[in-house]
Design a protein around this ligand. Structure first.
Ligand code: GCB
Length: 596
């Protein structure tokens, strides 16, 4: 799905503002047709943001069910004769949208965009009433999964199987935009290197009356935007001799200008940034542009004080500055697709991204069995079954559809820590790997393994191109004993080398640290222990060639649901939630920037 863009053929209105907002505590809004009028008892709510922490109201913070957003939108006069589209960058976790009295689109999945052509309803020069009903319930079919329970007093609560707060709402921008009626509907690019020549594959989908032609030109980033290759075709390959490559830390973006012409006249134009680079896995190496790449970075979260998971440009740019300060070169979008602005900036700054779906918590052995006392069979007709799998496949396809053109994305992560040691897990994942490879044959595919599935017992890892593992030796296993952690980690990593002979990325390792807690003996929860644990892991990584990446858990402290294991959220950040460094941040900086 193309992102909205302003140019001589297209026009956008970002609808970010204070909207009217009402929680539907009694669950009556759909029956009572709340979209037909102004919302009852509305309060102001910023878009984008999570709604949970904004109003200082436990009823909103912990609400389970529908919430309603509404605003009036003026359709610009100049859009006469244009196609008018309404787009939501994300609504967590599902949403229905009404224009005046009419339902125009429904969407499942909290982190991918959706849109509706509302041309017949959007009269230029007139206002319309825009209403969105957003639902935050997690069930066995949703990603992530969860269970809604009813308490004895009739109130409801959300049980979940993942370790971050279930923030909800309109987390990203909402847009109204106009395109010509005949328009460019999709642009897909792939890039590769052929003996030093850049190869840019392109495929353009159009919606037009017929007789239309497509012209593509690839322009360099210089002031003159020189054309380096062009074609009169909707699909094909452009070859760029001696290209400037998109490389980690040294990004270079060309621009693919796509033009739709009818009778020789320009009808629509779309500009797509293109980073020419190749990605391959060979043996135990992860190659970017033919060079072995070593991932240094983090698993992150979209998580901020007040905003929750709502996108914020200033916070995003600051996080990238902190990554640079540390000498990090990569992150994983744990545990859901991040805002598209984040990937744009990663493209621009040369930060490498492992792009993950919202499939987290598909492991009742952890969440269900250990903490919640709920059902313990992960994959079954009653729990995570065919409907979840179908939804998961759609989520993979939606993620790839959204992010395929980003050079920063080098690897798809299909899930975080699912059960993967049972035949049922293999049956569940085999078709999903096939779907990901069919949707994008150009990138490696993997999933993040959890410690219950060891090198000899994991039944899913052989489907993946890389081994990604999260490990907590010295924390959940052998807490406080770093010597035991070092032995355990090394033995297991060598086991993976034996079992798979693939590149290994340790996608999570770390320890909680209470900021300001210092102990001479590096006791658990102290800043000293967190730093010492990272050192221990690094010694092991440096001894094993197949380890091609270290991504600390987590970049910053983040909000979770209530738990006896969490003190005001998860404290495994090397930064606090407000981005102050703990001792571990300085430690990492010394390792990643070579002592500077
Ligand atoms: C994990 C999960 C992550 C948790 C982390 C922890 O393995 O992937 O979501 O937050 O452990 O801190 O327990």
């Amino acid at each position: 799905m193309l992102r909205p863009q302003d140019n001589e053929t297209r026009d956008t209105r970002r609808l970010d503002a204070i909207w009217d907002f009402t929680i539907d505590a009694a669950g009556v809004g759909r029956d009572q047709g709340w979209w037909l009028h102004t919302l009852p008892a509305a309060v102001p709510m910023p878009v984008p943001s999570s709604y949970n922490d904004v109003p200082v109201d436990p009823a909103v913070h912990d609400h389970v069910g529908d919430v309603w957003y509404q605003r009036r939108v003026f359709v610009p006069k100049g859009w006469e004769g244009q196609r008018v589209v309404l787009r939501f960058d994300a609504a967590t976790h599902r949403c229905g949208v009404y224009v005046d009295d009419t339902l125009v689109v429904e969407h499942e999945g909290g982190y991918t965009p959706f849109e509706a052509d509302i041309t017949p309803l959007a009269v230029p020069g007139r206002a319309l009433r825009l209403t969105a009903v957003v639902n935050n319930e997690l069930n066995w079919e949703s990603l992530p999964p969860g269970v809604v329970e009813t308490r004895p007093d009739g109130t409801r609560r959300q049980r979940q199987y993942h370790d971050f707060f279930n923030y909800a709402g309109l987390h990203r921008s909402v847009w109204l935009y106009a395109t010509p009626t005949s328009h460019i509907a999709d642009v897909r690019v792939t890039t590769d290197l052929d003996d030093g020549t850049g190869v840019v594959g392109f495929a353009v989908a159009t919606a037009s009356r017929g007789g239309a032609t497509v012209h593509v030109s690839l322009r360099d980033a210089g002031a003159g935007a020189e054309v380096v290759a062009e074609a009169d075709a909707a699909a094909g390959e452009l070859r760029v001799p001696e290209p400037r490559l998109w490389s980690p830390g040294a990004a270079y973006l060309y621009e693919l200008v796509v033009e739709l012409r009818e009778g020789g006249q320009l009808v629509d134009r779309y500009s797509q940034p293109v980073g020419i680079r190749s990605v391959r896995v060979e043996g135990t190496k992860f190659l970017i542009n033919g060079e072995p790449f070593y991932f240094r970075g983090f698993g992150k979260h979209e998580d901020l004080n007040v905003h929750g998971r709502g996108h914020d440009d200033a916070a995003m740019v600051h996080d990238f500055a902190l990554l640079r300060w540390l000498g990090a070169n990569s992150f994983r979008t744990s545990h859901y697709p991040y805002a598209e602005e984040v990937l744009d900036l990663a493209d621009r700054l040369g930060i490498v991204v492992i792009d993950e779906t919202a499939a987290v918590g598909l492991n009742l052995g952890v969440g269900g069995g250990l903490f919640l006392g709920g059902p313990k069979t992960t994959f079954s007709e009653e729990t995570i079954g065919p409907a979840t799998q179908a939804n998961h496949r759609r989520a993979i396809e939606a993620l790839i559809d959204r992010d395929r053109n980003h050079p920063c994305v080098v690897l798809w992560s299909l899930a975080n820590e699912p059960e993967s040691h049972t035949p049922a897990a293999r049956d569940y994942f085999e078709p999903l790997f096939a779907a990901a490879r069919a949707a994008d044959p150009s990138r490696p595919v993997g999933f993040v393994n959890m410690m219950f599935a060891q090198p000899k017992t994991c039944l899913v890892s052989d489907l993946a191109d890389v081994v990604m593992i999260n490990r907590y030796y010295g924390w959940y296993v052998e807490p406080g004993d770093l010597a035991a952690a070092e032995r355990g980690l090394e033995a297991e990593l060598l086991g993976w080398v034996d079992a798979q002979a693939k590149p290994i990325i340790v996608t999570e390792y770390g320890a909680d640290a209470m900021p300001g807690l210092h102990t001479l003996d590096a006791a658990v929860w102290s800043e000293e222990y967190q730093a010492a644990l990272l050192d221990t892991y690094h010694r092991v990584f440096d001894r094993i060639d197949a380890v091609v990446g270290e991504q600390v858990w987590n970049f910053a402290d983040f909000a979770t649901g209530p738990s006896f294991m969490r003190v005001d959220g998860n404290k495994k950040g090397v930064f606090t939630r407000d981005r102050r460094p703990k001792a571990a941040a300085h430690h990492l900086r010394r390792r990643w920037r070579g002592g500077s």
